[in-house]
Design a protein around this ligand. Structure first.
Ligand SMILES: C[S@@+](CC[C@H](N)C(=O)[O-])C[C@H]1O[C@@H](n2cnc3c(N)ncnc32)[C@H](O)[C@@H]1O
Length: 209
């Protein structure tokens, strides 16, 4: 099943499933961005709006995009009455759904579904102001090596969403190629147990020019 169809199907239970990756990334994003102010943000792969709900109260302009109409429908429902501009878009294609430039671009649990990181950093660079930040929160590659994948169960059985493993240096090398400086790398663990395999990798990048 392709990524779009899989998320259309997952949308019914995405918010109610037990999902430690979803929940830990929500915590990580809030912790990392808490002290910062952004007047405008572009949320890539907003899904059902888990982080849109938090970002909307911290930005004057918020644009959110996702591949799956059904995931977006949930987000639109949650954010009804708030100032969010939602778009259905495939980020593997040129990001012509907006012509604005933002202070912040976020990716939460999205890039594991994207094969070509170079195109993504190039497009993100086009949509950021100089000095703008990328926040990226992904399933840690160590977790992927140990067999963890975006997957869900229905009565018809298990669906595994198409995934790609990106090493930390894949992200950093691609970011550097498109004018970004690495600001920070953080790892988040289940129950804060640093002797276990980290679940979430967070990286922030700043656009230099
Ligand atoms: C695991 S969900 C994460 C949703 C939300 N960011 C969160 O953290 O709960 C991954 C999301 O990425 C979206 N996605 C996957 N591939 C995409 C693509 N090529 N373009 C845009 N969105 C994509 C999916 O539709 C899905 O909503």
């Amino acid at each position: 099943m392709n990524t779009r169809k899989a998320y259309d199907k997952w949308s019914e239970q995405y918010d109610s499933n037990v999902n430690r990756t979803r929940d830990l990334e929500a915590m990580a994003l809030r912790q990392v961005l808490e002290e910062k102010h952004f007047s405008s943000a572009l949320e890539i792969g907003c899904g059902t709006g888990k982080n849109t709900q938090w970002l909307v109260n911290r930005t004057e302009t918020l644009v959110a995009a996702d591949l799956s109409e059904e995931m977006l429908a949930k987000a639109r429902e949650k954010l009804a009455g708030y100032h969010v501009e939602f778009h259905q878009a495939d980020i593997n294609m040129p990001w012509d759904f907006t012509d604005q430039c933002f202070d912040l671009v976020t990716f939460s649990l999205v890039l594991e579904h994207i094969e070509n990181l170079d195109f993504i950093f190039q497009q993100a660079g086009n949509r950021l102001k100089t000095g703008g930040m990328i926040y990226l929160g992904e399933l840690h590659p160590f977790k992927q090596y140990s067999g963890s994948k975006a997957r869900f169960e229905t009565e018809e059985g298990q669906t595994i969403v198409p995934c790609f493993t990106h090493n930390i240096s894949d992200f950093t090398e691609s970011a550097k190629k498109y004018g970004f400086e690495i600001k920070d790398i953080q790892e988040f663990f289940d129950n804060e147990d640093r002797t276990s395999i980290p679940r979430i990798l967070v990286m922030t990048f700043i656009l230099l020019e």
